[in-house]
Ligand binder design. Structure first.
Ligand SMILES: *Cc1c(COP(=O)(O)O)cnc(C)c1O
Length: 377
């Protein structure tokens, strides 16, 4: 711990959130509650995939889910033994890794199925896979309205074993919307088509975190929460569950200085002191993940007070206007998290800069050390 800018990752909060989700599922379904897939793509939304995955498995996650084969390999490299579902498309170079690391690929096209069948036959193994169904997101997945053309050939592949069928919602955080309802109907119909084609006994799943909070009809056999597990519930659904933020980004004041009336601060000289100003310099910038649009819009907590970020966000530092406060080098600076009686959430910071909390979490810089509490499992 040499740098002052650190991301504190509260694994206790992560465990609490995971239990809260499981309790919500159990409250409605009892022993028949859907299983949990812990989504740990993008280094577990910036929190650190290995530590997060170990915590989730300890809290009963049946499956880990990641974006691509490389992420799956990293989880295996960290010793995770749970089933790993890969959401994304794979490329030709990924085949060996899928088999060697026992990853579960998503098949989203007949071509992908054909290639996997060839590879599995060559190795003389049977490969479990999930079928991705496009019910209205229109990214990856087999079109829901074309399954009679695409699926029979996939189901007939002798070395491929259908283990799951799933879809993904485009608007789960607006559950009253028409698209959400349409996607649910399309997924239901897709499963009926699959049954007609003789597929059975597979795991069905659809719900990301927002969908699982919005509507228990989306739960099926498995749910796939991400952001809500990291303690950032969607605004519209935050009354449905009590989760605690997992990551808190903190630093310490590096220097304090006076700036005279008319002087500017930082690149571009955009902030000009209108009064004798006390500036505190914090050693965190956009290389640590701070959005440049925080300039003039964002706040940090120092000594329990909200202090505005002024002047440009540099690569490695920012300035805050601490006029009238007694601040000193070494004082704690909170970007997100609690200090005294106040707290800044990732959702609030995202609103300041006009983005989504997902993006901010994923952008916490690679050089920012993740400090785990309790210290990693
Ligand atoms: C990212 C992702 C999830 C988790 O989404 P959240 O909105 O973070 O709950 C679930 N399923 C798929 C396919 C995903 O890509």
């Amino acid at each position: 711990m040499i740098r002052q800018t650190l991301a504190h990752v509260d694994l206790g909060a992560l465990a609490h959130n995971t239990r809260a989700i499981r309790a919500l599922l159990a409250a409605e379904c009892g022993a028949a509650a859907p299983a949990l897939a812990g989504v740990v793509k993008a280094d577990a939304y910036g929190h650190g995939a290995a530590e997060v995955a170990r915590t989730l498995v300890a809290e009963g996650a049946a499956v880990l889910a990641c974006a691509d084969v490389q992420e799956g390999l990293e989880l295996r490299g960290a010793g995770l033994a749970a089933p790993i579902l890969v959401f994304g498309a794979f490329s030709l170079g990924d085949f060996d890794a899928i088999f060697e690391a026992r990853l579960t690929p998503t098949i989203s096209s007949p071509t992908a199925a054909h290639r996997l069948q060839e590879a599995a036959a060559r190795l003389g193994v049977r490969l479990p896979y999930h079928l991705g169904i496009d019910t209205g997101m229109h990214r990856l997945g087999l079109r829901h309205d074309n399954l009679l053309q695409t699926v029979p050939g996939i189901l007939a592949a002798p070395n491929l074993v259908l283990e799951g069928v799933y879809t993904h919602f485009a608007t789960a955080d607006e559950p009253a919307g028409e698209l959400f309802a349409r996607q649910r109907r399309n997924f239901q119909a897709a499963n009926e088509t699959l049954a007609m084609l003789g597929a059975h006994g597979y795991t069905r799943h659809a719900a990301n975190g927002a969908a699982l909070l919005a509507d228990s009809a989306t739960w099926y056999d498995l749910v796939r929460p991400g952001l809500v597990m990291y303690g950032v519930p969607p605004d519209a659904l935050k009354d449905r569950i009590a989760v605690k933020p997992v990551m808190s980004l903190r630093s310490r004041i590096a220097a304090v200085k006076g700036v005279r009336v008319g002087e500017s601060i930082g690149y571009g000289g955009r902030f000009i002191a209108r009064r004798p100003t006390t500036m505190a310099i914090v050693p965190a910038g956009y290389a640590d993940g701070l959005d440049t649009r925080l300039e003039g819009r964002g706040f940090v907590l120092v000594r329990g007070q909200r202090v505005p970020i002024v002047g440009s966000v540099s690569m490695d530092m920012i300035a805050i206007d601490a006029t009238g406060m007694s601040v000193a080098p070494g004082d704690e600076v909170v970007f997100t998290g609690r200090q005294g009686g106040d707290a800044i959430t990732w959702a609030e910071m995202a609103r300041w800069v006009g983005t989504i909390p997902y993006e901010l979490l994923c952008r916490v810089g690679a050089r920012v050390e993740r400090v785990y509490d309790p210290p990693g499992l």
